[in-house]
Design a protein around this ligand. Structure first.
Ligand code: SF4
Length: 361
């Protein structure tokens, strides 16, 4: 779901959005949310910090009742899409019940999975529960390279099998979720991306999300030349790509991207509207504006201690909205490629319809 397009198509929401920069605390619904159900995972991806947290902290799987109360509260306030991820979501026993509950609330429900546990029975369940999209993680068309990145031999084969199981269940039922693939782009797997694109097309994958590696290790991030090459390929892959992992429109963008500043100067004169339209809840119940804000934003509260209302209506979330409306942002925003296209449209709309006390561009 493209939040910008959704707001643009709804005149009542568009009017509310136009007011946010001058009146940041006016009601505006959280339209999309992401919930990490668990930090448990059966893989050991090199660039992932999540599975390492197991054992370091107490809770690593949310309570089913807590997630359902959050989803119910958000749905009553206008939520449209919820994404469940982990860790690995298929390790959560009550996943089928949660999917049924969420779809029953009228939500678009998406799952992100490594796919290795998606056997025929799980695939049938996902189709039966009317999940809208399932996103698998595949980093390379080369089995050994993917397995090395995912930290487990046999991971590539198991993921591809999971994807095939879902394709088969969907075809048997005559309907089912859109099938997507998430790929973490690094300096090492970069040259195999064209082959991966062809492989995904052949398999019948419908969406491809390239995610720039989030790491302090400079040698793992794509080089300036690779970013330049990648920019040339974006248009050829546009039929599959649903997100471009950088903003290649500002001068010197390749250098910024090489340095891990994937927003590439996008937020120099723009605002991120995620503090209003999005919410992220981690597997320990901690809530943030988005998943990147977990590593450099403001904690909005905890699901177990504050409940959904305490998070949504709390002082911390209000302060973040005021901060962003005043043009300030988190340091981590410069590294962020999460909602660039959505924010581009929302900023254009805000400038075209400035609220009281603001001037249009
Ligand atoms: S990290 Fe990204 S999504 Fe989160 S507030 Fe900053 S720009 Fe917005």
């Amino acid at each position: 779901m493209h939040v910008g397009a959704h707001v643009a198509a709804d005149s009542s929401l568009a009017r509310k959005q136009a007011l946010l920069l001058s009146r940041p605390l006016e009601p505006f619904p959280v339209l999309t949310a992401k919930v990490k159900l668990t930090w448990d995972c059966n893989l050991r991806c090199g660039v992932c910090r999540i599975w390492r947290r197991r054992g370091l902290v107490g809770n690593h799987t949310l309570e089913q009742e807590a997630v359902e109360s959050l989803v119910k509260c958000l749905a009553e306030r206008g939520l449209k899409k919820i994404q469940y991820s982990g860790g690995e979501v298929f390790l959560v026993e009550w996943l089928p019940a949660l999917l049924r509950y969420s779809v029953g609330l009228g939500l678009q429900v998406n799952i992100t999975t490594n796919g290795t546990l998606l056997d025929k029975q799980a695939a049938k369940m996902v189709v039966g529960e009317r999940v809208k999209a399932v996103n698998f993680s595949i980093d390379s068309p080369k089995r050994r390279e993917h397995d090395a990145m995912r930290g487990k031999e046999g991971a590539w084969r198991a993921t591809v099998q999971g994807l095939e199981n879902l394709l088969a269940a969907r075809s048997k039922k005559g309907r089912g979720p859109k099938i997507g693939v998430n790929t973490v782009v690094t300096r090492r797997n970069f040259k195999r991306l064209p082959r991966l694109y062809s492989m995904l097309k052949e398999m019948g994958v419908e969406r491809w999300r390239l995610i720039a590696v989030d790491t302090e290790e400079a040698g793992l991030r794509p080089s300036k030349r690779q970013w330049w090459e990648l920019n040339g390929l974006f248009s050829q892959w546009r039929d599959l790509l649903i997100r471009i992992p950088a903003w290649p429109q500002n001068r010197g963008w390749e250098k910024m991207a090489r340095n891990g500043r994937y927003a590439c100067g996008f937020y120099g004169d723009r605002i991120c509207f995620a503090p209003w339209f999005h919410l992220f809840v981690d597997a320990d119940g901690a809530a943030f504006t988005c998943c990147l804000a977990r590593g450099g934003g403001v904690n909005l509260g905890n699901l177990a201690e504050d409940g959904p209302e305490g998070i949504l209506d709390g002082a911390a979330r209000a302060a973040v909205k005021e901060m962003f409306a005043s043009g300030r942002r988190f340091d981590v925003c410069d590294r962020c490629d999460l909602f660039l296209e959505e924010n581009e449209l929302l900023n254009k709309m805000a400038m075209a319809n400035p609220g009281p006390g603001r001037r249009g561009g």
